[in-house]
Design a binder for this molecule. Structure first.
Ligand code: 2F8
Ligand code: CA
Length: 130
């Protein structure tokens, strides 16, 4: 275990919650600069309780074909879409996924990628050597 300012350890990953807001693509670029990427939710425990925060899931390449930022195909069997989502609701489309609080539940919503939101980066901790 190592301690990183601003990063918290969540089920095997180090996670960073931004304090500013950016578009989905700018958010992802920020994560890559931090040697990380947008958060991919592979377990219930990574389903963080935050509102309107970008995560690492997009269907910008092919509508309806949700893909994780690490290139792994998205498993429909494991998802936290809110009821009725993803609905591609906005006229200009909604190709990027966010955490959103609906009633008391934190779940996923597709949103227009150019909207500015906070975001979560994730990286694997570097093992200590020595
Ligand atoms: O009710 C769900 C719906 O809420 C908003 O649209 C009214 C969201 N869009 C924006 O906030 C721009 C949708 O993404 C969401 O599906
Ligand atoms: Ca939506």
């Amino acid at each position: 275990f190592s301690f990183h300012r601003e990063w918290v350890y969540v089920h095997g990953s180090l996670c960073y919650l931004s304090t500013t807001m950016k578009s989905w693509r700018e958010s992802r670029a920020d994560c890559l600069r931090r040697n990380a990427d947008l958060l991919i939710i592979n377990s219930k425990e990574e389903q963080v309780c935050v509102h309107q925060v970008w995560i690492g899931l997009t269907d910008a390449d092919a509508e309806g074909n949700w893909t994780c930022v690490d290139g792994t195909p998205f498993k429909e069997s494991f998802s936290y879409w809110a009821a009725g989502e993803p609905n591609n609701a906005t006229p200009r489309g909604e190709d990027c996924a966010e955490f959103k609080k609906y009633d008391s539940q934190f779940s996923w919503n597709d949103e227009s990628c150019d909207r500015k939101k906070r975001w979560i980066c994730e990286k694997k901790p570097t093992p200590c050597v020595g």
